[in-house]
Design a binder for this molecule. Structure first.
Ligand SMILES: Cc1cc2nc3c(=O)[nH]c(=O)nc-3n(C[C@H](O)[C@H](O)[C@H](O)COP(=O)(O)OP(=O)(O)OC[C@H]3O[C@@H](n4cnc5c(N)ncnc54)[C@H](O)[C@@H]3O)c2cc1C
Length: 449
């Protein structure tokens, strides 16, 4: 057993970890909405009905923004239970909700004052823009609109990950401007001492969570471990493993199936960071990632010199043995999706079946170590090769009857899937058709929202 691995048969928590974390998040949302609505009901309202509506939307804008920040704060407790992929999906949808509330708040403010002063809305708009308090709010709203436009699917496909990420960083400016706007505008949450204390405590908690998860913890962890490249091992023409070592590695809190966001200092620019899964369970001495050459960074990894300093954020992700519901596990990998599956095979106990999909046997990287591990664990290992749909009958290993034939007791197993999006989607569809309970299905898509 590795330094951080779990016992082979473990007691299951009464409440599944993901359910518990979701319940905590929902409680936070519902309780704060109730407090907000109570404050609103007790307040005097606006100078006319339209401004009262504007105020209602404005209060929600701030609350949604706080929730947004909490979702991407990368707090380990949340991340290990819900997973960064799901948290970023929720962050994305909360972001679009924020956009509509911002638009509603701004529109009702302009219409409200236009009605009050008997001016056309465009004149009111420019009059409001000349008041510093509102100008801060308007600037924050403009940034939120720009970021939302850059995040719609069409735009995301057109711009590079780095450009989109840089635009997203503007949200920190929106946050600052929004905070100043709230501070200067006498709003419902500043109507009593109690409400003022509640509001700013809420902000303090959210900003602390963000600072801890995004900055303090990664900085601390990198200073503590001082990661550096220990070895670079080509696995095939286009796949390479990088072994990383450092200080106090026995205290590293990662688990098989998790990933880290890696920066190889000097290899790429400091703002370029790439997520790669741990392709071996942390063993108290080294970490290992295995990367397929896709773009410049991943292709260049085979030339990274031994000794290169590494700045790695994480470990992140909920694709771990912690989420198993039974001791029988099915691990399904496609292509380089073998990386977290390989490490899960090391850490999972109990009855294990592994299905590894690769175009040809030569494409099945890490195959020999998988065989050795499977033997040591008493796991059943299948390599599924060939082009999907080719031959007669067609080669379709993940069609429901074929998968059931390979793993007849699939419905009683936890199933972990990681592979190219098309394969992962096909497997997920089959699992639904075979009525594998949703709570037993876990997948990693190698992509965020
Ligand atoms: C959770 C997770 C785990 C992963 N694990 C592995 C693994 O074990 N092995 C492996 O080979 N690949 C893995 N990937 C995919 C890997 O991150 C990309 O192939 C790699 O980042 C490509 O970078 P590049 O600079 O070489 O190529 P580029 O051409 O720059 O990037 C290709 C695409 O990769 C994605 N990408 C690049 N940088 C990032 C980033 N910082 N965050 C999110 N997406 C990014 C973008 O969609 C981009 O369009 C994983 C991805 C995720 C999200």
């Amino acid at each position: 057993m590795t330094a951080t691995s779990q016992p082979l048969t473990r007691a299951r928590p009464a409440v599944p970890p993901a359910t518990l974390a979701q319940a905590v998040l929902w409680t936070i949302v519902v309780v704060n909405l109730l407090v907000l609505w109570t404050l609103f009901a007790m307040s005097d309202g606006g100078k006319n009905t339209i401004l009262t509506i504007a105020k209602f939307f404005g209060m929600h804008v701030a609350l949604i923004m706080m929730f947004q920040l909490l979702l991407i704060s990368r707090l380990p407790w949340l991340d290990r239970r819900i997973g960064m992929d799901r948290l970023t999906v929720w962050h994305r949808w909360t972001g679009f909700t924020l956009l509509w509330f911002v638009v509603a708040h701004a529109t009702f403010i302009v219409l409200g004052y236009a009605t009050l002063d008997g001016d056309p809305p465009w004149r009111t708009f420019f009059a409001l823009a000349s008041v510093p308090d509102t100008l801060f709010g308007m600037s924050a709203a403009t940034i939120i609109v720009v970021v939302a436009v850059a995040s719609v699917r069409y735009a995301r496909r057109k711009i590079s990950y780095e450009t989109w990420h840089a635009i997203h960083f503007l949200l920190y400016a929106a946050l600052l401007l929004g905070l100043i706007h709230q501070f200067l505008e006498p709003a419902t949450y500043q109507s009593t001492t109690w409400s003022t204390v509640y509001w700013w405590t809420l902000w303090a908690l959210v900003l602390t969570a963000l600072a801890m998860g995004r900055f303090v913890l990664p900085l601390y962890r990198n200073m503590y471990h001082q990661f550096r490249v220990a070895a670079v091992v080509p696995e095939s023409d286009n796949v390479v493993s990088v072994h990383v070592t450092g200080r106090n590695m026995d205290k590293f809190p990662g688990h098989a199936g998790q990933f880290m966001i890696w920066r190889f200092l000097g290899h790429n620019r400091w703002w370029q960071a790439n997520p790669f899964s741990l392709s071996a369970a942390p063993n108290g001495r080294t970490l290992r990632l295995t990367a397929k050459a896709v773009g410049k960074t991943s292709a260049g990894l085979r030339h990274v010199p031994v000794g290169t300093r590494v700045f790695a954020e994480g470990p992140y992700g909920a694709f771990t043995a912690m989420h198993r519901n039974s001791d029988a596990t099915l691990l399904i990998a496609g292509g380089v999706g073998i990386t977290p599956i390989r490490s899960l095979l090391e850490e999972c106990g109990g009855n294990i079946v592994v299905l590894y999909r690769a175009a040809t046997p030569a494409d099945a990287v890490l195959w020999q170590e998988l065989q050795a591990l499977a033997q040591a664990r008493g796991a059943r290992l299948h390599l599924l090769t060939g082009r999907t749909g080719a031959g007669n009958p067609p080669n379709t290993p993940f069609e429901p009857p074929n998968l059931l034939h390979l793993v007849p007791d699939i419905v009683h197993r936890d199933v972990f899937v990681c592979g190219p999006p098309a394969m992962t989607n096909a497997v997920l569809q089959t699992l639904r058709a075979l009525r594998v309970p949703k709570r037993q299905i876990h997948h990693e898509k190698f992509g965020f929202a």
